[in-house]
Design a protein around this ligand. Structure first.
Ligand code: C2O
Ligand code: CU
Ligand code: CU
Length: 436
């Protein structure tokens, strides 16, 4: 187990999304996405974050099971003020595809590019010929490359639908051409970093296998020709092998999430297969064993209801259990959580839990096979799922929220605390604290 150290500097800079298109971005180390941070399972990572923006910021490590004090939200940390630094330090207990992003004024900072990938490897992972990361994003730009601010009507649509733009990006570039050698089998890691765009991956009808979810490898691969990846979510697939000369469009098929603005089929990138190379890839059928935390008979101990309601001030509010920015009851370390999460609204919401993985054990009354580790899951309109998760010994303040950034901002989130049974301080400690 090693310690790996990275430096991330948040700043404003000019970024070329295409040969002739430059935007005024915000990001890390002057690239969009920020640098790929890599480590191995069990490593300790130290990330020295410097804020050279004119506004405060804070970094959240999406999907990492770290201590609450490193979660990067304003309930556990002070935002990093302009000119200031913060050192993040935590161990990485899980292998998988993770990411980091600003968790401060996200609707602006993430929209402008403040995100990057965090890849945690495991020596026991299947062997591939290579790997690619696809960070999906979109931006809403004026023709001169500035970010659209809009008028009250478009802002209302944005509050309702989430902000979607017409500029589609993979790894910070518009319609990039990406090469792969013929005959090679790669691990392709998709991360949806957009504010609100639902990305339904499609490779021109080719069948491909999904091997990983938010929390690393799945038990066994699932074959499909399309997969929905919602904001915040990650999906790993097997890319290839392709034959020399094959051209593969990375597309998104329309998915109707009941917004005002309807989705269309769109192309994000082009893959070109070159000269063949020998392959050393070995991908077993069974990838990992995941024990189910609960069965469909396990009693539910909490209900979380996502809904929308009228608002005098904003027209519409986004709610958890009938409230904006809800405070939910604490959970105790070691007590299995089985939550019924429902969406009574008429649009989709990607539900995200900070700091812990859950398993979806039931969907609309039906048990789920091939359970996987998740931290973000989509809830279609009028749907209901059951999730199970175990609060391990990481007490502190956590949250869950809709990962459509505008909905999160408009109130669809809740704070809650993980408490340890022995958290009541001893008298002497308490006295000490009071007299300091
Ligand atoms: Cu990626 Cu609070 O979220
Ligand atoms: Cu998160
Ligand atoms: Cu939502």
């Amino acid at each position: 187990m090693n310690t790996v150290t990275y430096n991330l500097t948040a700043s404003a800079f000019e970024w070329k999304i295409a040969e002739t298109k430059t935007i005024k971005a915000r990001g890390f180390n002057k690239t969009i996405p920020g640098p790929v941070l890599k480590a191995s399972k069990g490593d300790t990572i130290i990330v020295k974050v410097k804020n050279e923006l004119t506004a405060p910021t804070i970094i959240h490590w999406h999907g990492v099971r770290l201590e609450a004090s490193m979660d990067g939200t304003s309930i556990t940390q002070q935002p990093i003020q302009p000119g200031k630094e913060f050192e993040d330090r935590f161990t990485l207990p899980d292998a998988g595809t993770f990411w980091y992003h600003s968790h401060h004024n996200e609707t602006e900072q993430m929209e402008k590019g403040m995100y990057g990938a965090l890849i945690v490897e495991d020596p026991a992972d299947p062997v591939f010929d290579g790997e690619k990361i696809f960070m999906i994003d979109d931006m809403k730009l004026n023709s001169n490359g500035s970010f659209k601010t809009g008028n009250p009507v478009t802002r209302w649509v944005e509050r309702h639908d989430g902000r979607e733009g017409d500029t589609l990006l993979i790894n910070g570039k518009e319609n990039p051409v990406i090469n792969i050698a013929g005959g090679q089998t790669e691990r392709w890691r998709f991360i949806n970093a957009s504010s609100a765009r639902y990305f339904q991956l499609y490779l021109g009808g080719r069948k491909f296998r999904i091997i990983g979810s938010d929390g690393g490898l799945m038990q066994k691969a699932e074959e499909t020709d399309r997969v929905l990846i919602v904001p915040g979510e990650r999906v790993d697939i097997i890319g290839g092998p392709f034959s020399e000369g094959e051209i593969i469009a990375i597309e998104s098929l329309p998915y109707n999430r009941m917004t005002f603005v309807k989705a269309k089929r769109r192309k994000y990138a082009t893959i070109i297969a070159g000269q063949p190379q020998p392959s050393v890839a070995v991908i077993p059928d069974s990838l990992r064993n995941i024990e189910s935390l609960a069965s469909t008979d396990t009693p539910v101990n909490r209900k979380v209801k996502l809904s929308v309601g009228p608002s005098l001030k904003h027209g519409i509010d986004f709610l958890v259990n009938g409230d904006v920015h809800t405070h939910d009851a604490p959970v105790e370390v070691g007590q299995l959580q089985v939550w019924e999460v429902s969406n009574t609204s008429l649009m989709d919401h990607p539900f995200h839990l900070h700091g812990f993985f859950f398993q979806v054990i039931e969907e609309n009354g039906k048990g789920v096979e091939n359970v996987k580790w998740k931290d973000t899951v989509n809830l279609p309109p009028r749907s209901k799922i059951r999730i199970a998760w175990m609060p391990d010994n990481r007490p502190g303040k956590w949250m869950y929220h809709c990962h459509i950034l505008e909905h999160h901002e408009a109130g669809m989130m809740a704070h809650f605390e993980v408490v340890s049974p022995a958290q009541v301080p001893a008298i002497s400690d308490h006295a000490l604290a009071c007299h300091n």
